[in-house]
Structure formats: structure tokens, C-alpha cells
Design a protein around this ligand. Structure first.
Ligand code: AMP
Ligand code: MG
Length: 376
């Protein structure tokens, strides 16, 4: 008889590495890259808007308030996938949707909620003062061209990975993440598509989906943007809305509705909002409808501070591990809802209820371990 550890070591010493092979992105879930992959482009690829709103010159908004709105001339529209090439001069602004390129000349975004709204009016009232850079995601702030990538797959701006990107376009990654997560949850994906931001295409896809699927999950198009039609089309097709907009960050514009025998989740398009939205809302629903017990969230001790929001539940990807028999954890350092790289090293999602103050090192926090990850 051979001692256990010795036997382990013998097996260990005979292990070898399997060779490498090329597989399609769709089949790459759980695979490990054999070579480092350099980013072929920065991420974000171009300066773009983090909010549905108006691109302005911040200096024009000095002194603007609810009581004293300033008026700007609306000179163009930049939507995701259709960048505007109109230069914004002093006194001017452009409608600019989430993910749309910032028009030249503008240096800040004012949320549509702080304006007179998206209309065809040429005069727009701005009711808040803003500062340069506000609500703009800067080119390369997440990944610089040439940085090393591990792997993750990320409207009108969406192009399938591998194709050439025109100005204002980005790769669709969310559907690859969703397909992978759905498969991990034990669900079968029967329909999947990238749909343009127009009502007819949405109607076509969704009426089929509502007839043939138990659960419909969408990414993007449910926010405040002028071309966010997903919710309208669900309603037109007779879906009963149970809620739209949840006090959570990221992923506030979450839609939940039901059809005849269908659950409908409309998740916002930001990759982190989509991923966390799937795990916090869709995954538990899938478990329940498939007859599994929903997994209980755990509590652990923070080794770093965690931001909280005054009125929203805050979620961040995180890392949890075991120290002296206790769960300890820290949040990802990247907090932007467009920064999917925050999920790469994560094995859990951390969440904290709304509160004015931050959570400190040593405080307790709720941990939702990603079910396919391990904790050491
Ligand atoms: P939306 O919710 O449609 O306003 O989209 C919010 C942000 O997420 C924008 O910056 C979009 O370009 C981005 N986005 C939407 N769908 C996807 C997707 N499938 N993959 C990657 N990014 C996306
Ligand atoms: Mg969109």
C-alpha cells in the first residue's frame, strides 16, 4: 500500500498538457488560451457617452439650474452605431445616446433627465451645470491597445466578433456571455440574434420568441435613449410589465414582464450590468423554474472598502477566499459598468444595501459566489 500523498505525487508527475487547437468563440467556454492575446484595439474603442443625454460644451452650462435653465441649439444626433460628424460649437448641443461617439467640440454629457428631453425641438433647455469629462467614457480607459487580454466575448452599433468595425461600432459581447451563462444554468438557448434598433425587427423576433420560449432575455435598448424600443415592443405584443427600473447599480433600467407562459427580462446593455443582471435576476429564476433550490447568499468580511449608494443597492464583481476558516473578500478595482474586465478575476458578486456611507475594511458584506467558480 502506498501513502496517499505519494500516490498523488506520482499521478501529478505523469500529467501532461494537452495540445492546443482552434475552436469557435461559441465553443470556447471554459477553455484556456495557450498564448497571451494582445488587445488589437483600445477599450472603450472611442470616447462615448455613458448616459442617454446631450453632448454639450461644459462651459456653456455654468449657472444652469432647474430654476434658471440655459438654452442650447440642438444641431445633431449621435446614436450608438451612427456617430455624428457635426462639430459642436459654443451654444450648441447634440442628442447623444449611451454608447454613441461624443461629437467633436463637445466635452461633457448632460443626462436627458436634466434637460427638456428628446424632442425634435431645435432649442433644448439644460437644467444642470456640468464639468468637462462628465458621463464620458474615455477611449482606452479600460484597456490600452497592446494590453494582455484573457478572454471574454462583449443596437445598431453591434458587430459580431471578427468582422471589421466601422466608426462608432463595437463588438457584441453580451450575447456570448449570456449564451455561456444560460448553458451553465442548464438552459438551452433556442433563439439568439443581434437586432437593430428599429421596432419592426424587434417585433419580428420577439413575437416568435414569446410563442416558443419559456424565458426571453434581452440586452440593451431598455433605457432612456431615443431608440430604446425594447420595452415599447414588449408592451405592444401584450407583455404585462411588472416593473421597469430597479434601485440598483449597475443595471437600473431593468424590465421584468410576463407573457402567456413566458418570463421576460430586459437587461440594460452595459456589459457589467448585463452580466450581473443575469446572475442576480435571471439565474435564480432559471433555477426555480427548473426545480432547483435557489442558492443562499453568504456573508463575508471585506479586506477593502466597498462603495455604497444612498438609494440603490450596489453590486460589484469580487474575489472571495477563505482565511482562518472565514470567508473574506474584496471588490474588483474597476467599477465602471462598461468594464467587463472587472469580471475576469472574480469568483463572486458582492452586494450592499443602500446607505449613505461606504462599507469599510472589516465590515460584513453579502457574497453571491458564481456557482461554477471555486473558493480557496
Ligand atoms: P443600451 O442599454 O442599449 O443603452 O446600451 C448600453 C451600453 O451597452 C452601450 O454603450 C452599448 O453600446 C453597450 N452594449 C449594448 N449591447 C451590447 C452587447 N451585446 N455587447 C456589448 N456592449 C453592448
Ligand atoms: Mg442600445
Amino acid at each position: 500500500m502506498i501513502p496517499f500523498n505519494k500516490a498523488k505525487n506520482i499521478v501529478q508527475s505523469h500529467l501532461f498538457q494537452l495540445g492546443n487547437e482552434s475552436v469557435a468563440l461559441n465553443d470556447s467556454s471554459g477553455r484556456i488560451l495557450t498564448e497571451d492575446m494582445a488587445a488589437s484595439m483600445p477599450s472603450p474603442r472611442f470616447d462615448n457617452s455613458a448616459m442617454d443625454g446631450f453632448a454639450v460644451c461644459a462651459a456653456d452650462t455654468i449657472g444652469a439650474s432647474q430654476e434658471n435653465p440655459i438654452e442650447l441649439k440642438m444641431v445633431s444626433i449621435s446614436s450608438a452605431g451612427s456617430p455624428s460628424d457635426v462639430m459642436i460649437g459654443p451654444g450648441e448641443c447634440a442628442q447623444c445616446m449611451t454608447g454613441a461617439a461624443i461629437p467633436k467640440g463637445a466635452d461633457a454629457i448632460v443626462m436627458v433627465e436634466d434637460t427638456s428631453g428628446f424632442t425634435d425641438n431645435k432649442i433644448v433647455q439644460i437644467m444642470i451645470e456640468t464639468t468637462p469629462g462628465k458621463h464620458i467614457r474615455m477611449e482606452g480607459e479600460e484597456i490600452k491597445k497592446g494590453d494582455m487580454l484573457a478572454i471574454f466575448g462583449t443596437g445598431n452599433e453591434l458587430v459580431e466578433p471578427g468582422n471589421t468595425l466601422e466608426p462608432g461600432q463595437i463588438y457584441n459581447s453580451n450575447l456570448y456571455v449570456f449564451a455561456d451563462l444560460a448553458q451553465k444554468a442548464g438552459a438551452e438557448v433556442v433563439m439568439r440574434d443581434v437586432i437593430q434598433d428599429d421596432k419592426a425587427s424587434l417585433r419580428h423576433f420577439l413575437s416568435d420568441a414569446l410563442d416558443s420560449c419559456d424565458v426571453v432575455i434581452s440586452s440593451g435598448g431598455v433605457s432612456m435613449g431615443r431608440y430604446d424600443y425594447v420595452r415599447d415592443v414588449f408592451m405592444e405584443l401584450g407583455v404585462k410589465e411588472h416593473f421597469w427600473k430597479v434601485a440598483q447599480k449597475p443595471g437600473k433600467p431593468l424590465f421584468f414582464g410576463t407573457g402567456q407562459d413566458t418570463l421576460i427580462f430586459g437587461l440594460p446593455g452595459n456589459p457589467v450590468s448585463s452580466y450581473i443582471g443575469f446572475m442576480e435576476w435571471v439565474w435564480p429564476a432559471l433555477e426555480t423554474i427548473m426545480g432547483k433550490n435557489e442558492s443562499e447568499p453568504l456573508t463575508g468580511k471585506l479586506t477593502e472598502s466597498f462603495p455604497r449608494e444612498p438609494v440603490k443597492k450596489r453590486f460589484l464583481f469580487g474575489k472571495v477566499w477563505i482565511e482562518n476558516g472565514q470567508l473574506v473578500c474584496r471588490p474588483a478595482s474597476k467599477v465602471g459598468s462598461h468594464m467587463l474586465t472587472s469580471s475576469l478575476d472574480a469568483n463572486c458578486i458582492l452586494s450592499a444595501d443602500p446607505e449613505d456611507s461606504i462599507l469599510n475594511n472589516g465590515d460584513k458584506i453579502t457574497i453571491n459566489i458564481l456557482p461554477w467558480k471555486t473558493v480557496h
